[in-house]
Design a protein around this ligand. Sequence first.
Ligand SMILES: *Cc1c(COP(=O)(O)O)cnc(C)c1O
Length: 403
Amino acid sequence: MTSPWLQPDTIAVHAGREDLAGLGVHALPIDLSSTSPLPDIEAGGTSYEAMAAGGAPTPEGGPVYARLWNPTVARFESALAALENADAAVAFASGMAAMTAAILAATAGTGRRHVLAVRPLYGGTDHLLSTGLLGTETTFCTAAEVAAAVRPDTAMVVLETPANPTLDLVDIRAVVEAAQGVPVLVDNTFATPVLQNPIDFGASMVLHSATKYLGGHGDVVAGVIACGDETAAALRRVRAVTGGLLHPLGAYLLHRGLTTLPIRVRAQQAGAERIAAWLRTHQGVARVHYPGLDGDPQGLLGTQMRGAGAMIAVDLRGGYEQARHVTSAVGLFTHAVSLGGVDSLIQHPAALTHRPVTADARPADSLVRLSIGLEDPKDLIADLDRALAARRPVAVPATALQA
Ligand SMILES: *Cc1c(COP(=O)(O)O)cnc(C)c1O
């Protein structure tokens, strides 16, 4: 473990690398073995037992098989745990594989199958819960309704802050209190550990779609959950049985990406602050959703969250038609789902990321979501200014109509 008294930027560079000098290497090694040589039956069996219980392999027996343990993945997990002030972390093939494991670990075989979900949530999470695919029964509610909605069979509370796509902030400590001992999972994808550590406010599980800021370069799909040792053991048991593994190449890229996470997030946030302020003055914009821009009634900025982040949502005047125009008219922004990378993206949540959400809870048709990258904000503002310019009516040539 990296010393807890180090600053987060230092932890981001050094965590999860404690065994490298002993191995005689400086860069992170990538272990691609699907299986490991066994010294003898007993040592292999004992190590297998330890991992089947959700623990680490024994030094004598080793990892046995890659679905049980991989050292490259374990190094990334220990670095992410250090950044989230957690005992441990467990990595998965995607954010949704991580969410699936969290739900299964909390519900399957526990006699509790009720989940409380604070909306809004990422469309995939909302869909997974509303379909009951994993045998759960979900009550969707607001943060203020959690206390009244908790039941004896409530297995977990799920929330996002800032929430995807509206950037609503939720008071984690207040929800933890309202949950009356029921474990609370916080999706920390938008804030990243740089801006918010939900464990410090009583969350039991902190989930990241590592695909987004942790990877940061648009080339990895992954998920990870930071939590206490006991929960980590339960998550590893689910992962070993269901097989939603993170590949070691992905873990390597994520671990390397963590070293620049603090400077990326702060630089992207500085750009987003300028762009959000500019958007607010634009006559084509009805409303800018950006934490703290129109006040912070709950007082969460500077206390729960160290900054507003680099995601912005915008209600456009002109509704769906204008959203359709703007998402196609941008040049520097890429019209694409996902977020958190070094380059800027724009997308329409109602049509794409939040398409599977039931109509009553789906984002507005006028809403577009921006993920601000590392480009110079002046260039991004110029790009948005051009795209937001009133749409010129397109004259359709008569010949085109006859064709
Ligand atoms: C993308 C996303 C997810 C799902 O993660 P995947 O890696 O795409 O499976 C979950 N939560 C939030 C907030 C997300 O943005």
